[in-house]
Design a binder for this molecule. Sequence first.
Ligand SMILES: Cc1ncc(C[n+]2csc(CCOP(=O)(O)OP(=O)(O)O)c2C)c(N)n1
Length: 175
Amino acid sequence: MNKLLDSIEYPEDLKKVKLEDLPKLATEIRELIVDVVSKNPGHLSSNLGVVELTIALHYCFDFKRDKLVWDVGHQAYVHKILTGRKSKFPTLRQYKGLSGFPDKSESEYDPFTCGHSGDAISAALGMSCADAILGENRSVVAVVGDGAIGAGMSLEALNHAGDLKKKIAGDFKRQ
Ligand SMILES: Cc1ncc(C[n+]2csc(CCOP(=O)(O)OP(=O)(O)O)c2C)c(N)n1
């Protein structure tokens, strides 16, 4: 049977998939992650937990223009698969292969190279402040897990974002 994932390289391909077919696509992405990560160890459950969330984000936003910032970033495998890196996915965390984290040098869809926890909201807020100076009107989304939201930096950044009233969106992942 043909896989939906075979027709998807970039988010513009994803946006052509019918809403009712998205659960099938989520299953195919999970199978790819389990297949690759079982041979080539990396973060498994963190990524299985964000399949639907990542599909929904790329379906609704345009991250060529909008900005998507992951906290820690070890949950970005689905994002990588949907943003032009599916064929390189088997090289994940290998020498000269795909990074296990978002990396600015890897893709225009990675606006922030990360690895530490607690910095996504601050980074997103900084981007939003820069947009205000540049006169850009776009969405900046920070994805923060339940482990990372408790970091002091996350809480400071929430406070800061609330004070500045910038247009950022936080998605708090449930597992
Ligand atoms: C500054 C910093 N401290 C500690 C860590 C170690 N660390 C790795 S993942 C993580 C928390 C992950 O929790 P969550 O964001 O909920 O992700 P998930 O449960 O999906 O793995 C932490 C604290 C880190 N990456 N950066």
